[in-house]
Design a protein around this ligand. Structure first.
Ligand code: FE
Length: 215
């Protein structure tokens, strides 16, 4: 590129920046406005999508399924054998073909989910993924040093507990079923579901307690 052209390109770049708001949220709004004006996006599509994911599709879908599995051994067995069918039975809006696999924690086993390639995540059952899940650091270290990653989340595994790391793909996503917390005998499914945190379903938190871990 000649120096004249590169100066012109730099000028254009500055010009563009001077018209775009510096705040990422405002930039996004500007982009959304352009897409709507050009007819690529329906007017309320983004708001509807965000409402749907924050109100209907959030981590409560996973939590409800886990609470049912804790209280109903037949359901737990079905969840282990055919996770999509069990999800669909409890939450009909989740498709029977949803590529979800429930992996169960136990006294000697702890499960952790990652997507080493990109950011595959069971959006339909856990809602939006946390930003750290998509970070290069988490994706690399969850496999190389899962115990170190867990420690950073405040989770220390008792000796003798094996860690299984599950690498998600676009056609196979995982959800961890944590162990039922002690001291919850006789609790309703609703109360149990409220104990299940997003991070416990990713596997970065192991012990749930009747006091929520605030994650
Ligand atoms: Fe991915």
């Amino acid at each position: 590129m000649s120096s004249h052209h590169s100066e012109k390109a730099a000028h254009l770049h500055r010009e563009l920046h001077s018209h775009l708001p510096p705040d990422p949220a405002l930039r996004l709004k500007a982009l959304e406005t352009v897409l709507v004006r050009k007819g690529f996006l329906a007017e309320h599509a983004v708001d509807d999508w965000l409402d749907d994911y924050s109100e209907n599709v959030g981590p409560m879908n996973g939590a409800r399924v886990i609470a049912r599995a804790w209280t109903d051994p037949d359901f737990a067995e079905r969840l282990a054998d055919d996770s999509p069918a069990a999800f669909h039975a409890l939450i009909p809006t989740i498709d029977k073909g949803y590529p979800i696999v429930a992996v169960f924690n136990g006294p000697q086993v702890h499960n952790l989910i990652v997507c080493t390639l990109c950011s595959c995540y069971p959006l339909g059952v856990l809602g939006m993924s946390p930003s750290w899940y998509k970070s290069v650091e988490y994706r690399a270290r969850a496999v190389r040093d899962p115990r170190g990653v867990l420690a950073e989340f405040g989770t220390t595994l008792p000796p003798g507990v094996d860690v299984r790391v599950w690498d998600s793909t676009s056609d196979r996503r995982y959800m961890v079923v944590p162990e039922r917390p002690r001291g919850t005998d006789g609790w309703s499914e609703e109360a149990l579901a409220a104990l299940v945190t997003r991070n416990s379903m990713i596997g970065t938190v192991r012990d749930l307690s009747p006091v929520a871990d605030g994650s």
